[in-house]
Design a binder for this molecule. Structure first.
Ligand code: HEM
Length: 160
């Protein structure tokens, strides 16, 4: 809710906190995927030895634990932001349609990595036919990121 003096009330501060949490978790998710694809995997492939491959698996397992936390933060904060927006009467058809595409892209990315399946962490990325799963996951995550940024630009939060 807007305050005449431009100050934040508790509900506004909560919104800022949720957006920070969502954005930070998104940065961990997309950044981790890009780092793996652009730096870690090409190095492992060019070395092409057992020790490097084992390191790659271990690095992905370790990062998978952080990615799982980021995923839970992203879903929890995203769902609350969504309900705040919809209950605030700002859920136009375009908003809901873009959000639905965004959530589908995000859920597909989560599902493909297996990040939320207990004990598995991030599964080893495989090439299935011509499709490179790791690039597909990064592409879907970037799509979710872009639509998120688009939504906040098209429908700026009424705070501050
Ligand atoms: C790969 C997964 C995801 C990424 C990379 C991502 C990224 C982003 C980004 C960058 C924003 C803009 C943040 C801001 O400027 O405040 C955003 C907003 C948002 N995201 Fe996500 N997100 C993901 C998953 C989800 C999920 C699973 C939901 C579940 C409902 C969700 C719901 C939302 C909502 C409601 C907003 C706010 C839009 C608004 O301003 O009304 N996101 N997201």
């Amino acid at each position: 809710m807007k305050d005449v003096g431009g100050s934040l009330d508790i509900a506004d501060a909560g919104q800022v906190f949720l957006r920070l949490a969502h954005g930070l978790a998104a940065a961990v998710w997309v950044g981790g995927g890009a780092y793996y694809l652009l730096a870690v995997r090409p190095n492992i492939r060019s070395r092409n030895d057992e020790a490097s491959r084992a390191l790659g698996v271990e690095v992905q397992r370790e990062f998978g634990e952080w990615a799982a936390v980021a995923t839970i933060v992203m879903i929890a904060s995203g769902v609350i932001l969504m309900f705040e927006r919809l209950s605030g009467g700002q859920g136009t058809t375009v908003y809901v349609a873009l959000l639905a595409i965004k959530v589908l892209a995000a859920v597909a990315a989560f599902w493909m990595t297996g990040v939320l399946r207990p004990s598995r962490g991030i599964s080893r990325r495989r090439r299935t036919g011509k499709l490179d799963t790791a690039w597909l996951v990064l592409g879907l995550s970037i799509a979710a990121f872009l639509i998120g940024a688009l939504l906040t630009t098209l429908y700026p939060a009424d705070i501050g």
